[in-house]
Design a protein around this ligand. Structure first.
Ligand code: SAM
Ligand code: SF4
Length: 333
C-alpha cells in the first residue's frame, strides 16, 4: 500500500468506508425515494466505470477498507459487475470488503458474477412480501423477480441482509412477518426510518414511523440481546435470540449517530459528499480529470476539512421542507 496519509477529519474521525452511487437511475420508483416522474442526469454528467475504479483505488490507498456500490439501482447500469471485478481486485490489497445495495430486480442475472468479483454480502431492499403492496410502494415493481433474485444470491453463496423502510400505515403490520420470513431463510433484517431527502410527492411526515416504538413492541414478544458491534454507521443491532438473526435499526432522526461516523459518499457525477445530510462536497471527477492522482489527493484533503460534525436532518410536526434537497438515489443510500 502507498504511504499516502489516512483520511482523518477535523473531528478526529477516520474515514474507512465509502459508498459509491454508480447510477442515479432506477427501474423502480419507491414512494419515499423518488418522485413518479424523475429527471435523471445526462450521460455526460456520469463518471465512466474506469473513473469510478480509479477513484476507488485512490480511496483504498488512503486507508478506505470498505466500499459499497449503490445508486439508484446499481444493477441497471451496464458494466457494474465488471466494475465490481475491477474494485474487487483490491480485496486483500488494502480493501477488506466490497458490498452492494440493490433492489434485487436484476439480481438473478448477476449474483454469480458478483460472487466471482469478491462480493460476499449484499443488502437487498424489500419493503413488503405482498405483491400488491410491493407494487404500491414501488409504484411499478413486481415482487417475483426480487424474490427470485434473493434466491439466486443465496444460491450463489452471498449472505443477504434485507433492508425494510418502515412506513406508517403502509407496511408496519409486516414487520413481524418479515422478521419471521428472514429468520426462516437465515437473512438479517434492518429496519430504516424514512429520511427527509429530496422533494417527494407524498408527505413524509405522515409516513414517518419512529423505530423506538417498533423496537419496544417487538421486545414484548421476543428476547433481544443488544450487540455492541458498531459499524460506524447509523445502524444499531440486536440479536433476536428466539429467531437466530440480527435485527438492525437505522434511526437517523430519533437517535443521532454522527460522532462515530466513518463514511463518505460519492455520487455518480463524482461529487464527494462528506455527509448524507449536508450539502458540503468536493468534485472528485474534476480533480481526477485535471490533476490525476495528485488532484484526487488534494481534493480529499479539502474534503476532510469540510466534513461537518453532524447532519442537518430535521422533520418537524408541521412537515418542514427536506433539510437536504437531494434524493437518496443521487447520493447513494
Ligand atoms: N436501489 C437500491 C435499493 O433500493 O436498495 C440502492 C439504492 S437505495 C437509495 C438504498 C436504500 O435507501 C434502500 O434500502 C432504500 O430503501 C433506502 N431509502 C431510499 N430513500 C430513503 C428515504 N427517504 N429514507 C430512508 N431510506 C431510504
Ligand atoms: Fe430505486 Fe432503491 Fe430508490 Fe427504490 S429505494 S426507487 S429501488 S433507488
Amino acid at each position: 500500500m502507498s504511504a499516502a496519509p489516512a483520511l482523518i477529519d477535523a473531528f478526529g474521525r477516520h474515514i474507512t468506508y465509502v459508498r459509491i452511487s454508480v447510477t442515479d437511475r432506477c427501474d423502480l420508483r419507491c414512494r419515499y425515494c423518488m418522485a413518479e416522474k424523475m429527471t435523471f442526469l445526462p450521460r455526460s454528467a456520469v463518471m465512466s466505470l474506469e473513473e469510478i475504479a480509479a477513484i476507488s483505488d485512490a480511496f483504498i490507498d488512503r486507508g478506505v477498507r470498505r466500499i459499497r456500490l449503490t445508486g439508484g439501482e446499481p444493477l441497471v447500469r451496464r458494466g457494474v459487475p465488471e466494475l465490481a471485478r475491477m474494485i474487487g481486485a483490491r480485496l486483500g490489497d488494502g480493501l477488506d470488503e466490497l458490498t452492494l445495495t440493490t433492489n434485487g430486480t436484476r439480481l438473478a442475472d448477476h449474483a454469480i458474477t458478483l460472487r466471482e468479483a469478491g462480493v460476499r454480502r449484499i443488502n437487498v431492499s424489500l419493503d413488503s412480501l405482498d405483491p400488491a403492496r410491493f407494487r404500491h410502494i414501488t409504484r411499478v415493481g413486481d415482487l417475483d423477480p426480487v424474490l427470485a433474485g434473493i434466491d439466486a444470491a443465496r444460491g450463489a453463496g452471498l449472505s443477504i441482509k434485507i433492508n425494510m423502510v418502515a412506513l406508517k400505515g403502509l407496511n408496519e403490520d409486516e414487520i413481524e412477518p418479515m422478521l419471521r420470513w428472514c429468520a426462516a431463510r437465515g437473512h438479517d433484517l434492518t429496519l430504516i426510518e424514512t429520511m427527509p431527502l429530496g422533494a417527494m410527492d407524498e408527505d413524509r411526515v405522515d409516513r414517518f414511523l419512529p423505530l423506538d416504538g417498533v423496537k419496544a413492541k417487538l421486545a414484548e414478544r421476543h428476547a433481544m440481546t443488544p450487540l455492541g458491534d458498531r459499524t460506524g454507521g447509523p445502524a444499531r443491532y440486536v440479536r433476536m435470540d428466539d429467531l437466530g438473526i440480527r435485527l438492525g435499526f437505522i434511526t437517523p432522526l430519533s437517535e443521532n449517530f454522527c460522532a462515530t461516523c466513518n463514511r463518505v459518499r460519492l455520487t455518480v457525477s463524482g461529487e464527494l459528499f462528506m455527509c448524507l445530510g449536508s450539502e458540503r462536497k468536493v468534485d472528485l471527477r474534476a480533480a481526477w480529470r485535471e490533476g490525476g492522482r495528485e488532484g484526487i489527493d488534494a481534493a480529499l484533503d479539502r474534503a476532510l476539512a469540510a466534513k461537518p460534525l453532524a447532519h442537518d436532518f430535521h422533520i418537524d410536526a408541521r412537515g418542514a421542507a427536506p433539510a437536504v434537497d437531494r434524493h437518496m438515489s443521487v447520493t447513494g443510500g
